[in-house]
Design a protein around this ligand. Structure first.
Ligand SMILES: Nc1nc2c(c(=O)[nH]1)N[C@H]1C(S)=C(S)[C@@H](COP(=O)(O)OP(=O)(O)OC[C@H]3O[C@@H](n4cnc5c(=O)[nH]c(N)nc54)[C@H](O)[C@@H]3O)O[C@H]1N2
Ligand SMILES: Nc1nc2c(c(=O)[nH]1)N[C@H]1C(S)=C(S)[C@@H](COP(=O)(O)OP(=O)(O)OC[C@H]3O[C@@H](n4cnc5c(=O)[nH]c(N)nc54)[C@H](O)[C@@H]3O)O[C@H]1N2
Ligand code: SF4
Ligand SMILES: [Mo]
Length: 693
């Protein structure tokens, strides 16, 4: 079933949550009051699978906590009061103008999200550059895989999460997952790992915790958080020492090997063991497994990427893949498992501080000319690059920083690193406008809250982790009083007197996005809503024209650098941004659990999903040392703050490490604001902590 039926019958669409974008069918009942989720058996991405979050995604349909009217904070009482849309949008436009009159165009900031459809992400970047003329636009994708993006751009000249369909891993001899808990974060995708093993392949998981994913693998390496980089260099060292380097591939398809080889030469496996805690034998065993494999895939996720050296870590693993001759070979290569529903497309079409649509760069004169022509404005009027997400939030309300901000699709108060500080910065704004479905912790701080449609109530495209462009279709009418993000943006653009067109029809906006992306690295010019609806499982970019079949696999003949070759990049381990010491002797890492999504704004409100609150996962040895008991409260302290939460004892975690899920306020009051120098991604995955009973 791929066609939309407008008569209140079943509608084929995709899940609102993660980057797998499982296919689902929504069926409204009882005059639209209920909404039933079924899995799309025929969709190649999920083949009838959905995880617990997907099955319960309709839990927010008709939910009593849905926002259905614009709210404005009353200056006298400090309370939010209901107003009509015209009053809300007039007020926002008037106050944005006042801020810009006093502080210049960059006095207004825009913060987007990787959960927004391509249409919204595109329009948000355009709103910032054309209607507001501000350079200060960025999004939560910086929190998510941006280090893998910067590494892929450097190594391959292009950034598409997976340069091949995920199902390719089923035929690989070896699959290495570096910092991915796929079994809990994309459960239906775990079938590919199971099939790989059934086909005789070996699955390797690298994670400081023996996760559900590690349990389902053949090999589990358990490093100290933040040491994947020396581990990769150790594997490279041992591959080289064992004569496993594919010299012909290195000579024909790459440049820079000798420098990478030299930096790996300093990381013999015993030295790696001292830093990472992974026994030298296990490093050598992984190297010989990889060197002996006919095909192999290396995949990174947030465990490897969310570090102060995240880009260098991914580059080191790409170096391993290149030395083995994997990228571009069948059932082989390097890939990043993106995270949010539109984690891939959300970083291609211009809501990122340095980007224009089509993955064009905003400081490239030719890119500016092309996009300005599509937008009907003068290229000179477009601002230059702005601040990255954390740097933007850190500057709010400071001298020279933005005084007003529009937020679409992020719950910053829960998800940003060093969150107590960031919350202070939000409070220092003259105007905070939040568009959301529910009263998120961030919306609760806003001066104006605008209620928007959710995935089942609107159409739009997402680009999943494979670079596959998919169509979500409207299945039910939105609640009265709710508008789409596109309608909000059009309403503001009109009030701000913006030039150009501001369609509220997602199919039209997508066609404009296609023109803006034409000729860019992420070229969508040949894709349309109608084409995706008729396709067999979506269209892979690049797809430059309507007759082009799309591109499921990249790099078979050439990489995207002008000379067609991939780059080895020599990197070295600088050690953690915040080393453990006597006062803060434990590594704190953070991440996800199966039944909650991100900041939890949506899933914590779904009745069927367990809402446990934060907890502190720790080894019984550590618990013993501090006198903690399972289920009893412990206090985790870092240089930023403190969290009191129940201990959960498990032998699955390293005794020197604790893990806190970030779906509730708490974890990010502890995390540090160390940023990767290239991607500006925060180090969510390790900081120094103290734990007491
Ligand atoms: N259930 C659920 N699924 C989701 C999401 C969700 O919120 N909930 N969010 C989606 C999004 S946006 C994303 S980005 C993805 C993320 O998907 P994943 O990257 O799979 O999820 P995380 O739990 O953040 O991190 C994965 C693992 O990294 C490990 N880890 C921690 N530190 C290190 C380290 O230094 N090195 C290594 N090798 N591993 C380390 C953690 O123990 C954890 O098991 O999930 C997507 N899917
Ligand atoms: N400690 C720690 N912190 C982390 C991470 C970690 O591993 N550890 N992971 C990071 C990662 S990878 C990510 S992706 C971030 C994500 O963290 P957030 O940016 O907070 O992402 P969400 O919780 O998905 O927030 C989306 C918000 O937008 C709303 N929303 C949903 N759809 C729409 C829409 O179409 N339009 C509008 N206007 N609103 C919408 C939701 O209700 C919700 O309030 O968290 C990061 N923070
Ligand atoms: S795996 Fe991701 S896309 Fe699939 S049902 Fe679960 S949350 Fe939705
Ligand atoms: Mo993410």
């Amino acid at each position: 079933m791929t066609r939309e039926t407008r008569s209140g019958g079943p509608t084929a669409t995709h899940c609102p949550y993660c980057s797998l974008q499982c296919g689902m069918v929504l069926t409204p009942g009882r005059g639209g009051r209920t909404l039933t989720v079924a899995a799309r058996e025929d969709h190649p991405v999920s083949e009838g699978g959905l995880c617990r979050k997907g099955w319960t995604a309709a839990g927010l349909h008709g939910h009593r906590e849905r926002l259905t009217t614009p709210l404005v904070r009353d200056r006298a009482t400090g309370d939010l009061r209901a107003v009509d849309w015209d009053e809300a949008l007039d007020l926002v436009a008037e106050r944005l103008r006042a801020v810009q009159a006093a502080h210049g165009p960059d006095g207004v900031a825009v913060f987007g999200g990787g959960g927004l459809t391509n249409e919204k992400a595109y329009q948000l970047g355009k709103l910032a550059r054309v209607a507001l003329g501000t350079s200060q636009v960025d999004y939560n994708g910086r929190w998510c895989m941006s280090s893998a993006a910067s590494a892929s751009n450097r190594a391959f000249g292009i950034d598409r999460g997976l340069p091949f369909p995920l199902a390719d891993v089923e035929h690989a001899d070896v699959v290495v997952l570096v910092g991915s808990n796929l079994v809990e974060t994309m459960p239906p995708a775990a079938r590919h790992l199971d099939r790989c093993r059934a086909n005789g392949g070996t699955v390797v998981v690298i994670d400081p915790r023996r996760t559900a994913t590690a349990e389902r693998a053949d090999v589990h390496l358990q490093p100290v958080p933040g040491t994947d980089l020396p581990l990769a260099l150790g594997v490279l060292h041992a591959v080289d020492a064992a004569g496993g380097v594919d010299a012909a591939y290195v000579a024909e398809r790459t440049v820079g090997w000798e420098d990478s080889r030299a930096s790996a030469s300093a990381w013999w496996p015993e030295r790696v063991e001292r830093v990472s805690g992974v026994p030298a034998d296990e490093v050598r065993a992984l190297a010989s497994l990889l060197a002996g494999a006919g095909s192999a895939v290396v995949l990174t996720a947030r465990g490897a990427e969310q570090h102060a050296q995240g880009t260098a870590t991914v580059l080191a693993w790409i170096d391993v893949a290149l030395a083995l001759g994997l990228p571009g070979r069948p059932h082989s290569g390097y890939g990043c498992l993106t995270g949010q529903g539109n984690g891939q497309g959300g970083r291609e079409h211009g809501q990122k501080a340095d980007q224009l649509p089509g993955y064009r760069m905003i400081d490239d004169p030719a890119a500016r000319d092309h996009v300005a022509a599509v937008w009907g404005v003068d290229a000179a009027s477009l601002p230059g690059p702005g601040r990255s997400a954390y740097e933007l939030l850190d500057a709010l309300g400071t001298p020279g920083g933005p005084r007003a901000m529009l937020v679409h699709g992020s719950n910053i108060v829960v998800s940003a690193p060093n969150a107590a500080h960031v919350t202070d910065r939000l409070a220092a704004l003259d105007l905070l406008v939040v568009c959301d479905l529910v009263m998120s912790e961030t919306a609760a701080l806003a001066d104006v809250v605008l209620p928007v449609t959710q995935w089942s109530e609107e159409s739009g495209t997402t680009t999943n982790l494979e670079g596959r462009v998919l169509l979500r279709q409207r299945a039910v009418a939105p609640p009265a009083g709710v508008r789409s993000d596109l309608e909000v943006m059009a309403g503001l653009a009109e009030r701000l007197g913006a030039p150009g067109t501001w369609s509220t029809d997602p199919a039209e906006v997508f066609d404009e996005l296609g023109r803006a992306s034409a000729g860019g690295r992420a070229d969508y010019a040949g894709i349309s809503h109608a084409r995706i609806a008729e396709s067999d499982g979506g269209v892979f970019w690049p797809c430059p024209d309507a007759d082009h079949p799309g591109t499921p696999r990249l790099f078979a003949d050439a990489f995207a650098h002008p000379d067609g070759r991939a780059r080895f990049v020599a990197v070295d381990h600088l050690g953690p941004a915040e080393p453990v010491d006597e006062a803060f002797p434990v590594h704190l890492t953070t991440g996800r659990v199966l039944a909650q999504y991100q900041s939890g704004a949506q899933t914590r409100r779904v009745r069927e999903l367990p809402d446990t609150g934060p907890y502190v996962e720790m080894h019984p040895m550590l618990a013993d040392r501090i006198g903690a008991y399972d289920g009893e409260p412990v206090v985790v302290t870092t240089r930023r703050g403190e969290l009191k939460a129940p201990a959960r004892l498990t032998t699955a975690i390293r005794p020197d490490t604790v893990f806190v899920p970030f779906h509730w306020v708490g974890a990010n009051r502890l995390t540090s604001d160390a940023l990767d120098p290239a991607s500006r991604m925060p180090a969510f995955k390790v900081c120094a902590a103290a734990v007491r009973a």
